[in-house]
Design a protein around this ligand. Structure first.
Ligand code: S3P
Length: 448
């Protein structure tokens, strides 16, 4: 099981304007799926731009532990020799996913489609997160689950010889749950159907089609997505180019908007419409944010996102936008702290079950830095900046959550007094080059 290293606190303070062009690492969601789909395809999948961060590397190790060849070929370049759909092998050791919800939950789906047992472990954060949302539909498909604490890691799964193709209506907006059912469905004879009342990121669907699966999506009269997957397909190795992660780009983008005088461009960012809710919201707040050099790559829209320091105004963020910006609420809350007037965010129930209870972590972090906010069960109202109030000076508890750490460091870059976060170690799970890239733009960090 993962053991926590010594915490690494860091402070951020306001300094010069942020200026320059950067590229952030590859998209985390697409990186996990590239390794997984490579492992279950026949032939050699070549990946460029893979996110080489702890979460994704754990998925690579898990695929290797189940028999795939996973080899690094240079920076961000990886080759995966796959075993074909249904060809994974029983791992000899436990699969350690560290902090990674996506890696662990999607792999549970994969294991559920194979007639063998695998044991999943993770760090303290992952071991607290609810797994029942994935395990319940997997049980319906015939998967056996053994756990010391109900539906929490560590746990062991055993896939049945013949998984049952089910029809499953996903009860919460979760791409991880949708994907786990589809991945188990790859091992089932017949058609597995997932009904998604609220659309979430569609990388699994797009990429499975790209690897040769027979998968269709229909929108019903109520607007729900009905995803039908024919099981036991012949998946073929692909060449995958992973675009830059919009969820990582978000930190430099918001920093550029709130630090006076800034002009920042993040190149090569994934602009899948189910991921760009933050950019829409920032534009509504009055951000000077433009997309340049827009193009298509591997079936996805990508582009360079340019921001200049802007006077922001608080807005009401429509709850139906939440799935398209679910990982971006912490950094949006930081932007909202510098806006004129309140920003209202609703439909945030899923934030309670991320790497930390992000709703509470954000609210406490804002309060510690002089920013008034109101935390509801599934909502957050951030009062904008008020004249005479000194922002910053606080110490923020990050609760093993990379996005809490990066968001509050960005706050410190524009606050009146430095902001300290209690631990930056978790930033390595998704964005190891965060500090270096931000310093390259002119950000000032001080080891605390
Ligand atoms: C992800 C889905 C989202 C997101 C996570 C990545 C994915 O989680 O928060 O960072 O790659 O499928 P949920 O499915 O729990 O919303």
């Amino acid at each position: 099981m993962s053991h926590a290293a010594a915490p690494r606190p860091l402070a951020a303070r306001a300094g010069a304007a942020l200026r320059g062009r950067i590229r952030v690492p590859g998209d985390k969601s697409i990186s996990h799926r590239s390794l997984m789909f490579g492992a279950i395809s026949l032939g050699e999948t070549r990946i460029e731009g893979l996110l080489e961060a702890d979460d994704v590397l754990a998925t690579g190790r898990a695929m290797a532990a189940m028999g795939a060849g996973v080899v690094r070929d240079g920076e961000g370049a990886w080759r995966v020799s796959g075993l074909g759909c249904g060809g994974l092998l029983e791992p000899e050791a436990v699969l350690d996913f560290g902090n990674a919800g996506t890696g662990s939950r999607l792999t549970m789906g994969l294991v559920g489609g194979h007639a063998f047992a695998a044991t999943f472990v993770g760090d303290a954060s992952l071991s607290r997160r609810p797994m029942g949302r994935v395990l319940d539909p997997l049980r319906d498909m015939g998967v056996e689950v053994i756990a010391r604490t109900k539906d929490r890691l560590p746990l062991t799964l055993r896939g049945p010889r013949t998984p049952v193709p089910i029809t499953y209506r996903v009860p919460m907006a979760s791409a991880q749950v949708k994907s786990a059912v589809l991945l188990a469905g790859l091992g089932a004879p017949g058609v597995t159907t997932v009904i998604e009342p609220i659309a979430t990121r569609d990388h699994t669907e797009r990429m499975l089609v790209g690897f040769g699966a027979d998968l269709s999506v229909e929108i019903d009269a109520a607007g729900a997505r009905i995803i039908r997957l024919v099981g036991r397909p012949d998946l073929k190795a692909q060449a995958v180019v992973v675009p830059g992660d919009p969820s990582s780009a978000a930190f430099a983008i918001v920093a550029g908007l709130i630090v006076p005088g800034s002009d920042v461009t993040v190149e090569n960012v994934l602009l899948n419409p189910l991921r760009t809710g933050l950019f829409e919201t920032l534009i509504e707040m009055g951000a000077d944010l433009s997309i340049e050099n827009e193009r298509l790559s591997g079936g996805e829209r990508i582009g360079d996102v340019r921001v200049r320091h802007s006077a922001l105004t608080g807005v009401v963020v429509p709850p139906e936008r939440a799935p398209a910006m679910i990982d971006e609420y912490p950094i949006l809350a930081v932007a909202a702290a510098f806006a004129e007037g309140p920003t209202v965010m609703e439909g945030l129930e899923e934030l309670r079950v991320k790497e930390s209870d992000r709703l509470a972590a954000v609210a406490r972090g804002l309060e510690a830095n002089g920013i008034a906010c109101r935390e509801g069960e599934a909502s957050l109202v951030v009062e904008g900046r008020r004249a005479g109030v000194v922002l910053g000076g606080g110490s923020v508890a990050t609760h093993l959550d990379h996005r809490i750490a990066m968001s509050f460091l960005v706050l410190g870059l524009a606050a009146d007094r430095p902001v300290t976060v209690d631990d930056t170690a978790m930033i390595a799970t998704s964005f190891p080059s965060f500090r270096g890239l931000m310093e390259g733009l002119g950000a000032e960090f001080v080891d605390a």
